[in-house]
Design a protein around this ligand. Structure first.
Ligand SMILES: Nc1ncnc2c1ncn2[C@@H]1O[C@H](COP(=O)(O)OP(=O)(O)OP(=O)(O)O)[C@@H](O)[C@H]1O
Ligand SMILES: [Mg+2]
Length: 492
């Protein structure tokens, strides 16, 4: 728990700490810290809170009364230096004066000196920020993460909230489904989502309330560039090796036992239209967890530093929602260093954050990445041990084509004889799964236009019109196949 860790740092005379915290978590952090500090032995310690607009004031009293002339960053540091109280000073959004456009070398120097000086006192400064990047204070500052609330904290909060509801509002049951729907949100966001839903539907039950909170969470994720994928209607045909490899991990992933190897993730490389994205979307149901689809390109933000911040936020959310599957489609496009669409420096930074997180993550977040081209892929991704396995998805073989044809024909209730099906299998050599899906859909469209049910002849007509992409792309395919022979495992 962060407050126990903070306590250890404070009592060990660490004078400068950093705490990362979502903007909507600031008040609950300060409230919890104040309550914790008051209960600390030997009379506890005081907590002061500073913002640029209000200045520095003591927490815990009914009204927040800032001290005069403490808005200015230099003044507040002077004020801290001049007092001897046993106290913790939480400076919110102070980092802007230490780095970036608004940075003031005088404030930097003053804080640097003060941090050294406070080591011999009972005073600690906490910089409270959404994201802390202060390389010039390396070694002097220790950073902790307030994080998003755990299931236990959410449960306690919901129980309290429900108990305080006024008469006339049905008290919803605080069960696992409702708690789960709140995971990934801050306490303030949960409060807003639950109160809003209860206001709108005063006799709402727990299940419907969970759906409402989920809608709120989906909107938040969408703003960050993440969508929760729905399980696709289409099953995956073929790719037996990949499917049984995934099935073997289901139990291990669900148990989250730190003594057992936790599955990290899988990378799928292969030709366009061969079912990589389809597999990824289906992995959620095979592992029994939701799938968070992250579009890396949508992360790139015009404001300096925002891209990295967004990625950290997303990874933090994934860890809170965990167990979850994090799906990154076509990573070569998102992480392509120095591409014309976004600045190479930023994409390198984003790549570094992501790889670092992959190495260090302990929460059950299963990463599923796909790529079409290996040339543009940063080599760091392919390093041994990064993913549990790298699979190569090739054009479907005859028995896989039969499987894929079966799935798509079935979805339109088209029945063929064994011989007719075999003919289609033979004539779809070099077709991708996507082209097979197109073949069936197009035949159904033609038949519908002629007011009849789709038959074998319609399928044959469309067959004659399709030139498989693979025939045009022969050189590229051979290149990726020869790479895959050495670097990846066949998915079928
Ligand atoms: N193995 C398969 N089984 C069933 N349908 C498939 C299969 N492969 C492809 N399809 C069909 O083709 C569509 C497109 O496939 P998908 O988007 O998964 O390919 P992809 O490998 O991700 O391609 P890209 O590299 O272009 O993104 C699927 O939605 C599905 O209808
Ligand atoms: Mg795809």
């Amino acid at each position: 728990m962060i407050f126990t860790d903070l306590e250890h740092f404070i009592t060990a005379s660490f004078s400068l700490l950093g705490v990362t915290c979502a903007p909507s978590g600031v008040s609950s952090f300060t409230r919890e810290l104040t309550a914790y500090a008051a209960n600390y032995p030997d009379g506890g310690y005081q907590v002061f809170f500073w913002t640029y607009d209000k200045g520095l004031g003591k927490c815990g009293s009914q009204v927040f009364e800032p001290l005069p002339n403490t808005n200015d960053p230099l003044n507040v540091l002077e004020q801290i230096e001049d007092t001897q109280d046993k106290a913790v000073y939480v400076l919110h959004n102070f980092q802007q004066f230490l780095t970036g456009q608004k940075a003031d070398p005088l404030v930097v120097a003053r804080l640097f000196n003060l941090a050294h000086k406070l080591k011999t006192t009972n005073q600690t400064i906490i910089l409270l920020e959404e994201d802390i990047q202060l390389p010039s204070f390396e070694g002097l500052i220790h950073i902790l993460d307030y994080g998003l609330p755990s299931a236990a904290v959410i449960k306690a909060f919901l129980k309290q909230l429900v108990n305080r509801l006024p008469p006339g509002i049905t008290k919803p049951h605080v069960g696992d489904t409702l708690i789960r729907s709140c995971q990934g949100l801050t306490i303030a966001e949960i409060n807003d989502a639950v109160r809003f839903s209860l206001k709108k539907y005063p006799s709402i039950n727990s299940e419907v309330l969970a759906q409402q909170v989920n809608q709120f969470k989906l909107a938040k994720l969408k703003r960050l560039g993440v969508e929760l994928s729905h399980e696709p209607d289409v099953k995956v045909g073929g790719l037996k090796t990949l499917k049984s490899w995934l099935a073997r991990r289901k139990k291990l992933f669900a148990c989250a036992n730190p003594k057992l190897p936790q599955p990290k993730g899988v990378m799928m490389i292969g030709l366009p239209g061969c079912g990589k994205s389809l597999v990824a979307k289906n992995i959620g149901s095979s592992l029994g967890v939701p799938v968070m689809h992250l579009d890396i390109r949508s992360l790139y933000h015009s404001l300096l530093g925002e891209t990295e911040k967004n990625l950290r936020r997303i990874l933090k959310t994934a860890e809170t929602i965990a167990p979850v599957c994090l799906f990154l489609d076509e990573i070569e496009k998102g992480f392509e260093a120095g591409s014309s669409t976004h600045d190479g420096g930023v994409s390198k930074g984003v790549l570094g954050i992501f790889l670092n997180w992959m190495n260090e993550k302990t929460a059950p977040v299963f990463v599923v990445a796909t790529a079409n081209k290996v040339n543009n892929l940063p080599p760091e991704f392919l390093r041994k041990g990064r993913f549990d396995e790298i699979f190569f998805v090739d054009l479907p073989n005859p028995s896989e084509r039969e499987d894929i044809l079966g799935i798509h024909l079935n979805s339109f209730d088209i029945n063929l004889s064994v011989e007719q099906l075999q003919t289609l299998v033979d004539k779809t050599e070099d077709f991708t799964g996507a082209e097979i899906a197109y073949l069936v859909r197009e035949a159904v469209t033609i038949a519908y236009g002629g007011d009849r049910l789709c038959n074998f002849e319609d399928l044959e007509t469309v067959l004659g019109e399709i030139v498989p992409q693979a025939l045009r792309d022969y050189e590229n395919i051979e290149q990726i196949r020869s790479w895959a022979r050495v670097m990846a495992r066949p998915a079928s």
